[in-house]
Every structure is written in structure tokens, then in C-alpha cells.
Design a binder for this molecule. Structure first.
Ligand SMILES: Cc1ncc(COP(=O)(O)O)c(C=O)c1O
Length: 438
């Protein structure tokens, strides 16, 4: 790669996210289509990362690309204060997917600022300050969103006030000494209620949780948990914000994770939903907050103290409209659900039965994690070096993986076919065989 101009320019001039810059060795992607990306030599890779778990509709979907081109020719940008047809059409479609409880959409530039604004709305609406979030979470990299985040990225960035963290359920690595998903749910809810009580319910504006915590390891909540969180929120007058930035728009096999009957059998509804990524597969940066009728009404007479130059940017809006329409016409969300249930889920469980390094398989739709362990009994995570070798073996065989800590997240586009999933499963199988022999 060192003779590549793209690589040279990147290393000379580009400052990368979340990294010490000196040791980086970025993979150069020259183009992409559907579930594949290719490098400058034309070598193709199955994109089982969906980049940052955002290319739900696949790369280069022609209807979305055309909509962006057409909108660029018509009106490439407009201030947020003006009305614009593309923006109204996008909001209407998003609300139709969210359900009747919701009234308005506020558009942002991505997921982090969606969470910033949802927290702001909750604080103003309740007149309370504190936001409760899980330790195993990622909510974005801006002032409050990164402090709402639970993982290591919060610690060097802790400059916002009013954030309190708690442990959510994770039966495989329980903080609660539980021995069943039911017990895990019950104990995690007890823990959350105690946090609310000791923090003082009258100081808590909102509980903010991911529909399915994604970056933290695809932690599908046990039955009853989401319903229990809603009950606690109602009991103490706290709002519930569900962050669907990664879990929304098809990833779980439903439009939103909280509409999935496995995730939320009690069918509880949040007060605010944040979204980004899959809403337009990131072809143009965008995100937003879906606001309940009652919270939207708070701002009928009261000024909302927030805004962005590119809120509801027409190129993003046109891509949202085309993306949601194409996902509907081509039954892409249904495909994600079917693939998860019939092909990818069973295939990953088969892989785990064969490879002792895979301690747990969890997920649904096209949203899966393989939790890799040194020892199945102790569940001690594999070393980072092992995950690095595995990544190399997968890349050598033409699969671009998503790697996080001791895990491989298996997160292809929602458009992935049975044949491609089978090809990918064979690649994972080979790579695990090689790594286990080392
Ligand atoms: C659940 C969740 N929330 C928020 C974000 C932040 O989104 P963005 O990077 O668009 O700001 C992410 C990004 O990965 C996410 O996974």
C-alpha cells in the first residue's frame, strides 16, 4: 500500500479518530457496491462491518445515489429556517415508521448531536438535570453525548455535568451474579431503581439507553428489561430516550429495535428516539430526534434553544426519502429479519459449536456479536493480539470484519443474500481454524 497516493496523502495529512496517529496503517478503499468494497488493486472484500454499522441498504444503492444527484441539481443546500419539500417528506416517512405516539422530527448532522438534543429536550421538558445511561454504551463524541457514553472514551472527556451511569443486563458477563436471563433482568432493574432512588428521582430528566447496545457487544436485553425500565421511568416521572442510532432502520430486522418483539415483548414506547446511520446508510451525514407529541407540544410556545446550520440538509433529506422508499419496495428490513433467523443466526451458532474460542453468539437480524474467550469455562476474553491475527486471516480471505475488544461483530448490510452469508460463514470458519491452530 505504501506506493498508493491515497495512502501517502492520508498518512501525511489526515488526523484519525480514537487513535495514536503514529502507528496507523489504514486500509485504502477505492470503491464499493452492494455488500462489497474493493481496494486499489481491485481485490474485493465482503463488507461484514457495514463500515461503522451504517450501510444498511448496501453500498452505492442506485436509487439513493440518484436522489442525491437530482437534489444537488435542484437545490443542494438551504437554511434550516426555510421549509423544503425533501425535509418534510423525510420527516413524514420517519414518523410513519416510529408510530402514532410521535409528532415531530428534529434533524441533526449525525448520532451524537441527536443525543445532545434529545437530552436537551428532556432537561427542558422536565426541569431536571441528570441523565442516566449504561456503562456498556456508546452515545457519540460531543460534549454531553461522550459523557453519557459508558465506555473508555468517556473517561478522558468528562467535562459535562449531570451524567450518572448504571449497569444494564448482560447475562453472559453478569455484574449481578445471576444465572438466568430472567434473573439478570430482575436484578438489573433492581439496581437501576436503587440508582434512581439514591440519585434523587426529582433530579433525573431521562434514562437514555440504546435499543440494543451495539458497540458494547450487541447486548440484546432479556425479556422484561425494557418494559421494566419504562415502568421505573413512569413511576419516578423520568423520560425514556431510546438511542436507535446503530440499532434502527433495519439492523435488528425491524424498523426500530424497540419494535422488535424479542427486544421489547412488552411493546413499550419511548418518549424520544434518536437515529442516524441506517436512516440513509450514511450516504450524506445526518441524524435526528423523533419527538413524542407531548414533548413537541412543550415547544409550541416555548423557544427550543438549539439549532444547526445543516439541520435537515436537502441532500441528506433526499437520501432519507429514497432510502426508506427503497427499503420498503425491496423488502430490505424483512430480508434482514429472515437472514438473521434462518441463515446468519443458525450459521453462527454452528460455528460456535465447532470453535471453542467462540464463547457466546448473540444478536438478531443482521446485528450479531461473537464473544471470543480463551477458556469456555472461565469466559476469560481472548487477548487483543489473537483478535488482530483473526482480523488478518479474515482480510486475507476477502472479508472486512468489525472488531471490538475481544469480539467480532457480524454486521453485514440488511440487503445481504443467503449465498453471501454462506460464503462469509465459510471464511469465518477457516479463519477460526487457522487461529485456533496457532
Ligand atoms: C448507539 C450510538 N449512538 C450514537 C452514535 C454516534 O453517532 P455519530 O458517530 O453519527 O455521531 C453511535 C455511533 O456509533 C452509536 O452507535
Amino acid at each position: 500500500m505504501s506506493d498508493s497516493l491515497a495512502y501517502e496523502l492520508d498518512r501525511a495529512h489526515v488526523f484519525h479518530s480514537w487513535s495514536a496517529q503514529g502507528s496507523l496503517n489504514p486500509f485504502v478503499i477505492a470503491g464499493a457496491e452492494g455488500v462489497e468494497v474493493w481496494d486499489e488493486e481491485g481485490t474485493r472484500y465482503l463488507d461484514f462491518s457495514s463500515q461503522l454499522v451504517n450501510i444498511n441498504i448496501g453500498h452505492g444503492h442506485p436509487k439513493v445515489v440518484k436522489a442525491i444527484r437530482d437534489q444537488a441539481a435542484l437545490l443542494p443546500t438551504v437554511a434550516p429556517a426555510h421549509a423544503n419539500l425533501a425535509r418534510g417528506e423525510a420527516a413524514k416517512r420517519i414518523l410513519a415508521k416510529a408510530g402514532g405516539h410521535f409528532g415531530k422530527v428534529f434533524f441533526t448532522n449525525g448520532g451524537a448531536d441527536a443525543n445532545e438534543n434529545a437530552m436537551r429536550m428532556a432537561r427542558i421538558t422536565t426541569g431536571r438535570d441528570k441523565i442516566l445511561t449504561q456503562y456498556r454504551s456508546y452515545h457519540g463524541n460531543t460534549g454531553a453525548a461522550v459523557v453519557a457514553t459508558g465506555d473508555w472514551r468517556r473517561v478522558p472527556n468528562e467535562f459535562a455535568r449531570g451524567h450518572v451511569h448504571f449497569f444494564g443486563p448482560f447475562a453472559y458477563r453478569s455484574e449481578f451474579w445471576s444465572d438466568s436471563p430472567g434473573q439478570e433482568s430482575e436484578r438489573a432493574l433492581h439496581h437501576l431503581e436503587r440508582i434512581i432512588q439514591v440519585e434523587g428521582p426529582a433530579s433525573i430528566a431521562a434514562i437514555l439507553i440504546e435499543g440494543v447496545p451495539g458497540t458494547a457487544g450487541v447486548l440484546v436485553p432479556p425479556p422484561g428489561y425494557l418494559g421494566g425500565v419504562r415502568e421505573l421511568a413512569d413511576k419516578y416521572g423520568i423520560l425514556l430516550i431510546i438511542d436507535e442510532v446503530m440499532s434502527g432502520f433495519g439492523r435488528t430486522g425491524d424498523w426500530f429495535a424497540h419494535q422488535n418483539t424479542t427486544v421489547n415483548p412488552d411493546a413499550v414506547v419511548p418518549d424520544l428516539i434518536t437515529f442516524a446511520k441506517g436512516v440513509n446508510s450514511g450516504y450524506v451525514p445526518t441524524g435526528g430526534v423523533i419527538i413524542s407529541e407531548s414533548i413537541a407540544n412543550v415547544f409550541e410556545d416555548q423557544v427550543f434553544p438549539g439549532g444547526l446550520t445543516y439541520s435537515g440538509h436537502p441532500l441528506a433529506m433526499a437520501s432519507i426519502v429514497a432510502s426508506i422508499d427503497a427499503m420498503e419496495e425491496e423488502k430490505i428490513v424483512q430480508n434482514a429479519a429472515r437472514i438473521g433467523e434462518k441463515v446468519l443466526g443458525p450459521g453462527l451458532h454452528e460455528l460456535a459449536a465447532k470453535h471453542p474460542m467462540i464463547g457466546e453468539v448473540r444478536g438478531l437480524g443482521v446485528f450479531w456479536a461473537l464473544d471470543l474467550v480463551q477458556d469456555a469455562a472461565t469466559r476469560e476474553p481472548v487477548a487483543a493480539a489473537t483478535v488482530g491475527i483473526l482480523k488478518g486471516e479474515l482480510m486475507k480471505r476477502g472479508l472486512l470484519p468489525f472488531v471490538a475488544d475481544n469480539r467480532i461483530h457480524v454486521v453485514p448490510p440488511c440487503t445481504v443474500s443467503d449465498a453471501v452469508v454462506k460464503k462469509a460463514l465459510a471464511i469465518y470458519d477457516e479463519a477460526f481454524t487457522v487461529v485456533e491452530a496457532v
